[in-house]
Design a protein around this ligand. Sequence first.
Ligand SMILES: [Zn+2]
Length: 108
Amino acid sequence: MASELFLEGFDHVDLFECGRLEIAIKLTCPVCQHGRSFDAYALWALFERRGWSLKLKDAAKHFHCIPCGLAKRRVRPVLAFGNDAVNDDILKRPSARTIEAEAKRRIR
Ligand SMILES: [Zn+2]
């Protein structure tokens, strides 16, 4: 699958780094093609809070497709990244201060 090829070599990149690179995280359902694009910093903040792995390769397993869920199918979306416009605003980007603090923490 194209998106998996694209992820090759980037699977250990973490969500915060994607935020730094202004990369949107895109999750697409392989069954119904429903797709959502998330702000990488917004996902980072959620994953950090929950203590989940921040690596791209581990991110998709925390999601399932909502339209398929309503149709009683449990489908895991496929993760890709790109510069698509973010179309999911349920998850809010953390404040610039929070992002800066994390960036500084990582330099140390
Ligand atoms: Zn679906």
